[in-house]
Design a protein around this ligand. Sequence first.
Ligand SMILES: [Zn+2]
Ligand SMILES: [Zn+2]
Ligand SMILES: [Zn+2]
Length: 260
Amino acid sequence: MRVTFLGTGGAGGVPRFGCACPACQRAKAESRYIRRPCSALIEDGKQKILLDAGLMDLHDRFEPGELCAIVLTHYHADHVQGLLHLRWGKGSPIPVYAPPDQEGFTDLFKHPGILDIRSLTAFEALELGDFSLTPLPLNHSKLTFGYAIAHRNGARFAYLTDTLGLPQDSDHFLKQWGANDIAVDCSHPPAAPSGKPLRNHNDVPAALDIIQRSGACRGWLTHLSHETDCWLMDNPGALPGSTTAAMDGQVVDLASDHSP
Ligand SMILES: [Zn+2]
Ligand SMILES: [Zn+2]
Ligand SMILES: [Zn+2]
């Protein structure tokens, strides 16, 4: 099973429009530091599944029939905006699985075009070929699911964004599930400068806490803001060796053998 981080940025991305902070300047100078809307592709040589659809060039990146499904974490714009264009395409319907959010994205529900939008139920696994995706409720301002993604060959990958910490039942599920790899929302540097309590998204310690509690072998930070990037630039080596701030385009091959 292969995971490709197509986008690792939060809403607003890196560089952020009009910003001249060190992280935004670095991204303007070197394109590998750009962070696009948070999304990932999982594949096994037979099937490709897109996790979230915030990239605006989906119609260019993929051929008709290439994706067996699109699976959404939630209906915030930075996770679905690419569908607004893709829906007017031609060809077979594309299954889009999402949390059962009635308010979701009204315009998309009204005019789905070639998208076949279906609702998932928490903790009821979605089976797609050799993949099994179990929706895990997250703590966010909109109904949001993370996914515990298992492949028939034993690989296990958890994808958890957007969230601040985890609800107890999702935390419990992950602990007994045993992920090889886990990707986690890390929107803020430690101790938000405003001093306000965190809402809706992890900071670095909250993300590391989820990774540690899950027992995963490797952690990946995603949904990073320019503030998180600035903090990582000022604090190289601050992350545990098993945890990496993911980069756009980064490819991770998961071991097929699973030993909890
Ligand atoms: Zn987001
Ligand atoms: Zn900036
Ligand atoms: Zn969100």
